[in-house]
Design a protein around this ligand. Structure first.
Ligand SMILES: Cc1cc2nc3c(=O)[nH]c(=O)nc-3n(C[C@H](O)[C@H](O)[C@H](O)COP(=O)(O)O)c2cc1C
Length: 247
């Protein structure tokens, strides 16, 4: 079992910021090399490692240090399969009415666009290709990972608890990659929160709301690596000038 960090002796901190142009440090390396892993080995992550990861999540910053989150760890393969089957059924049901990628049925696209207006980003067109692939079982839900960590917000938290849970989850994700494990954020788990069966089984009730999940396991191959990202313009106000930088 991982010892809680509070019970450890505090190490003397001697960290210096890097000089301009210095090599990436270990944290930067993990940030830049992490990729979403969608192929996992048939091997379970031991409990002590999962506990160690959960500790990194617990130490995330949160609004007012309210820590408005809850994690549910699922390492029961049968349960993961059952949840996957229910999400697949849900995706199939959705594809009967709404579809951005069905060229033969423009009505479905019209309906999808209308629903997107009403439900805001819930029906964003980007994940639609994935929804269809999940429905057709061409894309796994948790990609065969043997550990699933479901993340919930405590809706009593100040500000936006989803931001806090995202930060906590990313701590866990980066720590996992630093151990050579693989992860994939999976928000397609959220249909489960609408199903009374799963709300009961997972104990999801007020004040908790399921917001996302992470698939965790030993990656097959070596999926980590640098990938290009979009750049955005950043407005920078300093004492003597105001400028734009593109990062
Ligand atoms: C909140 C969130 C939800 C995501 N949901 C899914 C998902 O349901 N299924 C999936 O395969 N990937 C999912 N992803 C992974 C993204 O597709 C991936 O992070 C993005 O394409 C960038 O690729 P990279 O993680 O390899 O850098 C999700 C990522 C985030 C941050």
């Amino acid at each position: 079992m991982t010892e809680p960090i509070e019970s450890r002796e505090e190490p003397e901190v001697k960290i210096k910021p890097p000089d301009s142009g210095a090599e990436f440090n270990a944290v930067e390396d993990v940030i830049y090399r992490r990729r979403s892993v969608r192929f996992f080995k048939n091997k379970q992550v031991p409990e002590y490692l999962v506990r160690r990861l959960l500790e990194t999540a617990r130490f995330a910053p949160s609004s007012g240090n309210a820590q408005p989150w809850k994690f549910i760890v699922i390492q029961d393969r049968k349960m993961i399969e059952e949840m996957t089957a229910d999400v697949v059924a849900f995706c199939k049901f959705c594809c009967r009415f709404i579809d951005y990628v069905d060229r033969w049925n423009p009505l479905k696209e019209m309906y999808a666009k209308l629903m997107q207006r009403l439900l805001n980003n819930l029906l964003h067109p980007i994940p639609f290709a994935a929804l269809k692939l999940i429905a057709e079982q061409k894309l796994g839900l948790w990609h065969g990972a043997q550990t699933v960590i479901i993340m919930l917000t405590d809706s009593r938290g100040p500000g936006d608890p989803a931001v806090d849970v995202g930060i906590a989850g990313e701590n866990l994700v980066l720590a996992a990659h630093s151990y050579g494990l693989g992860t994939c954020w999976v928000s397609f788990c959220t249909p489960l929160k609408m199903m009374p069966k799963w709300r009961k089984r997972l104990g999801i009730r007020y004040p908790y709301k399921m917001v996302t999940s992470v698939a965790l396991g030993y990656p097959r191959g070596n999926p980590d690596g640098y990938v290009p990202r979009e750049t955005t313009a950043i407005d920078w106000f300093s004492e003597d000038r105001t400028f734009k930088v593109v990062y």
